[in-house]
Design a binder for this molecule. Structure first.
Ligand code: AHR
Length: 495
């Protein structure tokens, strides 16, 4: 057992809500994310609702999915939305140039996606094509999905069977323009962004627009500086940030057969999220002291080599306790930065990168990452309780990382939740939490842990890793004490 961590819950200077949208997701037309993942088609024997697997719908409802970003990613800047509406037999096929060069038939399009979001009771987040599209195409899409009636696009929507608009609030203006979105520099993209944003009108009676500029990758502070200084706040509600936990783009290492060296490097990358958000927020504070523009981390998660024998362009990877550590620590970072971070989207929902669900034929398994999101959903739209603590180190090969991360919140019903992650690969840590002032009557907890870091759920053994009740804690006079095992996540509920 290592050194002790003492955690104090602090009174907030100003009340701060943790936006539920921090717990958002992302599904791209990539590999088996949509086709043979979420979407099996309405003639499939796999139980489905309008072609979308019922098991996945239920799983996403169970974690209270707040929003879903679609159709990309890099795919967004190649996607022409009109290819995906109207009778399926008339839709053109297209080549997915970024992801495996496969041909798709556009059978999953705007109606399928927006109806799915209605079914899930989550907000759609559409990423529009800037890289290979036009302002006209983009604004037509907005008119098609949001204009009630009397416009050419509303008429077309009605002809395609949808009377009411969907009232889409969240719109991304391109994706990664510094890379697959057009290899632009920040100054050029800022101008292009202004052009697109100028012509975007909500048309919705329900929602104001939330326009999200494609932001930096990781620590590209110049990109943020340019966007914040060049784009007037009247044209931009959010700026994106992408940051993946990848060891080395040329040599990412295996998703399951990894070493502690790999693990330590992955966690080093994952924990950089805190520094990125802190420094990007400082730049945003300079230009937007009123905190009106949100930081939208619309792609994050672990990225490894694909599973053996699978298409390298499909980014299919297994998901272990390492991924649970990335999720637990990252979500604590987002919660603690919820003043500026207003949305985040884990990449990606099904069968791609750090997925919450994997499918094989009619089978579906839920990953350790899924269970972290399930345990942490109590933080959605809850009031942040700032925490003060000093973490012991997780040391490896002469380097060290903070082992413990924590965040806390108070839900509308008054319950207090504290989520803790210990990323140490070998050592448990003693944690003491001062609960005085909470007027507690009941305390309970759940833990997600396993024997080995590399452990994961498989189609043969789908429930190897599941949250369990955690009772090994003592609470004397509002001083909670526990030992958090290595690589585990615990969430306390106090009422
Ligand atoms: O999520 C996979 C890809 O990663 C996305 O398409 C792109 O935006 C990012 O580089």
């Amino acid at each position: 057992v290592q050194a002790q961590t003492e955690i104090k819950l602090k009174p907030a200077d100003q009340p701060q809500t943790i936006s539920k949208h921090i717990y958002g997701h992302f599904a791209e037309h990539l590999g088996r994310s949509i086709y043979d993942g979420l979407y099996v088609g309405d003639t499939s024997k796999i139980p489905n609702t309008d072609g979308v697997r019922n098991d996945i719908i239920q799983a996403l409802k169970d974690i209270d999915i707040p929003n879903l970003r679609w159709p990309g990613g890099c795919f967004a800047d190649t996607y022409h939305w009109k290819d995906g509406i109207g009778p399926k037999e008339d839709r053109p096929t297209i080549v997915n140039q970024w992801w495996g060069g496969v041909t798709e038939d556009n059978s999953f399009g705007t109606h399928n996606f927006l109806n799915l979001c209605e079914e899930l009771d989550c907000e759609p987040y559409l990423a529009g094509n800037v890289g290979s599209g036009t302002v006209q195409e983009f604004t037509d899409w907005l008119q098609y999905v949001n204009h009630a009636e009397g416009s050419p696009m509303a008429k077309l929507r009605k002809e395609n069977g949808r009377e009411e608009p969907w009232d889409v609030k969240f719109w991304g203006v391109g994706n990664e323009p510094w890379g697959c979105g057009g290899n632009m520099d920040a100054e050029y993209y800022a101008d292009v962004y202004k052009q697109y944003a100028t012509f975007m009108t909500s048309w919705s009676n329900e929602n104001d627009l939330y326009r999200i500029a494609s932001g930096p990758s990781g620590g590209d502070y110049h990109w943020m500086e340019v966007l914040m200084s060049e784009i007037p706040k009247s044209l931009m509600e959010g700026v994106a940030l992408h940051s993946y936990s990848v060891i080395d783009w040329e040599n990412k290492g295996p998703a399951t057969g990894f070493t502690e060296d790999h693990y330590f490097s992955t966690m080093t990358e994952a924990l950089k999220m805190d520094e990125y958000i802190t420094k990007h927020s400082e730049i945003m504070d300079k230009y937007d002291p009123e905190n009106e523009v949100g930081l939208i981390v619309d792609e994050w998660g672990g990225w490894y080599d694909v599973e053996e024998g699978t298409n390298p362009g499909f980014l299919y990877q297994q998901n272990t306790m390492r991924d649970a550590m990335i999720a637990g620590a990252t979500l604590n970072i987002f919660n603690n930065h919820s003043r500026r971070v207003k949305m985040a989207n884990l990449a990606q929902t099904v069968n791609v990168l750090q997925a919450v669900a994997l499918t094989k034929g009619s089978k579906m398994i839920l990953t350790p990452t899924y269970y972290v999101l399930k345990m942490y959903k109590v933080h959605q739209d809850a009031e942040l309780i700032p925490v003060e603590f000093n973490s012991p180190d997780y040391s490896f090969n002469g380097k060290s990382l903070p082992a413990i991360s924590v965040s806390a919140s108070r839900a509308e019903d008054g319950k207090v939740h504290i989520s803790l992650t210990n990323i140490d690969a070998k050592k448990s840590n003693t944690v003491k939490i001062d609960l005085s002032g909470l007027d507690l009557k009941k305390l309970s907890a759940e833990i997600l842990t396993s024997d080995n870091l590399q452990d994961h759920n498989t189609f043969e053994n789908p429930e190897k890793i599941l949250p369990q009740a955690f009772t090994k804690f003592k609470n004397r006079n509002d001083n909670l004490e526990l030992e958090i095992p290595p690589f585990s996540v615990i969430v306390f509920e106090a009422e």
